[in-house]
Design a protein around this ligand. Structure first.
Ligand code: GDP
Length: 365
């Protein structure tokens, strides 16, 4: 399954956030297929639609879908040159699908900052530069060989040479690969390079408890947002301390606590949702008297593949997918009524599953 890695300089609040994630953690009994690794935290994906389906269908059990975060400690300046745990750090980043970069936006005299003062943009640039330098090395390793082949007019080499040149230029200007536009064919070449800076990036601005109600007033947050906008990245504002406290509460207490603070949704829930959509993930549902359940799929997946997420037999013996969209079901009020309205479709093997679909798979055993 896809995972988002949590990175950041020392003392920015990574461990505090990761503690919140593991404490809020999902019951692993529901997710036996998830990774068991101390550096991986499994959370449930909050979804209003699942709650509503539960009130409509009244099943014995409701199961949300899960998402994994990986804690990646150990970035320091010079990581791309092997400083500190540099190489290990970079190889861990290579394994994740998206990066959540925690940025310190809280002032606290008691907690030292690695560079002395709080400057989120400097911090971001330290980390991003290490990733860019590692990618530059990857590109340089191929460059000369491909250049030679390209001069001999080898068609594929010419195209790769173009891509590598573009990347090299971007990296030399300290720009990440994700900031460059490539066409579909070029994108295939970029994917093959397994670059660190082509992974989607989400900035997590960690503010103090006092700033969470009005994060816009925090100058550091403003700067992070400006920076992120330039490279089309998103920013989530959280207070890791508050998230750690919230993670110890049950659902009812959590709702009360949040409304006292005047916020709608916890930072962690926002982070889960944002990471999920950053990775191009969607949710479909299965709904029966026994169980209403949410399932994660990659957008663009066809029905048999999506069925395979539940069980490989569902994919192998796939016949059809009885499908109703969430909005149609809610409008009808019940599955029976949705059927009468003609809203339950019989979809075949080429159907591209949509976010919010409620599906009953028919399959041969
Ligand atoms: P890490 O090195 O990035 O893992 O950072 P930690 O999570 O260990 O946090 C470093 C210090 O900052 C700890 O003393 C935390 O309690 C503190 N800290 C983390 N988040 C916040 C926050 O939101 N507000 C304040 N005031 N302190 C925080």
């Amino acid at each position: 399954s896809l995972t988002a890695g949590i990175v950041g300089l020392p003392n920015v609040g990574k461990s505090t956030l990761f503690n919140a994630i593991t404490q809020a953690g999902a019951e692993s009994a529901n997710y036996p297929f998830c990774t068991i690794d101390p550096n991986v935290g499994i959370v449930e994906v909050p979804d209003e639609r699942l709650n509503h389906l539960t009130t409509l269908v009244k099943p014995k059990k409701t199961v949300p879908t899960a998402f994994e975060f990986t804690d990646i400690a150990g970035i320091v300046k010079g990581a791309s040159k092997g400083e500190g745990l540099g190489n290990q750090f970079l190889s861990h980043i290579r394994q994740v699908d998206a990066i959540c970069q925690v940025v310190r936006c809280f002032d606290d005299e008691n907690i030292t900052h690695v560079s002395g003062a709080i400057n989120p943009i400097d911090d971001i640039e330290i980390i991003n530069l290490e990733l860019i330098l590692a990618d530059l090395e990857t590109v340089n390793k191929r460059y000369q060989r491909v250049e030679k082949l390209a001069k001999q007019k080898d068609k594929e080499a010419v195209m790769e040479y173009e891509v590598l040149t573009k990347l090299k230029e971007a990296f030399e200007n300290e720009k990440p690969a994700r900031s460059i536009d490539f066409n579909e064919d070029q994108m295939k070449i970029v994917k093959g390079l397994h670059l660190l800076t082509s992974k989607p990036m989400l900035y997590v601005a960690n503010v103090s408890e006092d700033d969470i109600v009005e994060p816009e007033a925090n100058e550091h947050v403003k700067k992070v947002k400006e920076y992120a906008a330039k490279e089309d990245s998103e920013v989530i504002v959280i207070s890791a301390r508050i998230e750690e406290e919230i993670s110890e509460l049950d659902q009812e207490e959590k709702t009360m606590f949040l409304s006292e603070l005047g916020i709608q949704e916890s930072g962690l829930d926002q982070l889960i949702k944002a990471s999920y959509s950053l990775l191009g993930l969607g949710t479909y549902f299965t709904a029966g008297e026994q169980e209403v359940r949410a399932w994660t799929f990659r957008k663009g997946m066809k029905a048999p593949q999506a069925a395979g997420i539940i069980h490989t037999d569902f994919e192998k013996g796939f016949i059809r997918a009885e499908t109703v969209s969430y909005d149609d079901l809610v409008e009808a009020g019940s599955m029976t009524q949705a059927r009468e309205n003609g809203k339950v479709r019989l979809e075949g093997k080429d159907y591209i599953v949509q976010d919010g679909d409620i599906i009953h798979f028919r399959f041969n055993v």
